[in-house]
Design a protein around this ligand. Structure first.
Ligand code: DGP
Length: 230
């Protein structure tokens, strides 16, 4: 019987701004490396690519863009790295993604802009490589305020963040029980959050032999088979 090849695990960390996400991603990366795991850290948006530079300028409010256009650019930024993420995973490297397609839906659908329904916002990211686990850092508005220091960037406003959180909640529910979506209380002390994240990630630390999935693959199937029913 042929054994299935072990690949690296695909770990996504999501959260509101000021949820402590960046520190937790770094701690997780360090912890995995200390365990001898080959790790690659990817941050979305990746502001270094030509598309990422347009996004960066938009986030810093140095340029304006139509809401739909910027949404599609965020997604394009993920697609331009999708193949290399897949290659890393297949070569046995664990990939940690700081934000992914879920931020794409949450931050865009929260705009409540016409023509930008939840489903529309999800569309461009259908069939991206699917994470093996998604860790959502849930921070309360009180903690967000207490941590203060909202930067200068476009989305860092309390009322907008509240709407973003509601969309994240919907995503978590729709990912379903037994999906690999875990909300972690990010109001706790940094060390406690890190411990909880590690407890969730540890089973994947040595990789997985599960084939790499595609995000919302069921929706993709339905679209691709639609012509059969015409
Ligand atoms: P960060 O570098 O993690 O602070 O993220 C930059 C900002 O961009 C943050 O406010 C969240 C937002 N963001 C991240 N990904 C997307 C996306 O795909 N679409 C939209 N509209 N916003 C995003």
């Amino acid at each position: 019987m042929s054994e299935r090849k072990v690949r690296g695990a695909f770990i996504v960390v999501e959260g509101l701004d000021r949820s402590g996400k960046s520190s937790q991603v770094t701690l997780l990366e360090e912890h995995l490396k200390a365990e001898g795991v080959a790790v690659r850290l990817v941050k979305f948006p990746d502001r270094t690519t030509p598309i990422g530079k347009l996004i960066d300028s938009y986030l810093r409010s140095e340029s304006e863009m139509d809401d739909r256009s910027i949404h599609l650019l965020f997604s394009a930024n993920r697609w331009e790295l999708a193949k290399s993420i897949q290659d890393s995973l297949e070569s046995g490297t664990t990939v940690i993604c700081d934000r992914y397609a879920f931020s794409g839906i949450a931050f865009s659908a929260a705009k409540n802009a016409s023509g930008m329904s939840y489903e529309w916002c999800r569309g461009p990211d259908i069939a991206l490589p699917a994470p093996d686990i998604t860790l959502f850092l849930a921070v309360s508005p009180e903690q967000q305020r207490a941590r203060g220091g909202f930067g200068e960037e476009r989305y860092e406003k309390a009322d907008f963040q509240e709407r973003v959180e509601h969309v994240f909640e919907r995503i978590g529910v729709e990912m379903g029980d037994g999906s690999r979506w875990f909300a972690v209380d990010a109001d706790q002390r940094k060390e406690e959050v890190a411990q909880e994240l590690w407890r969730l990630v540890q089973p994947l630390a040595k990789g997985t032999d599960r084939p790499l999935g595609r995000l919302w693959a069921d929706l993709d199937e339905r679209v691709r088979n639609a012509h059969l029913y015409i």
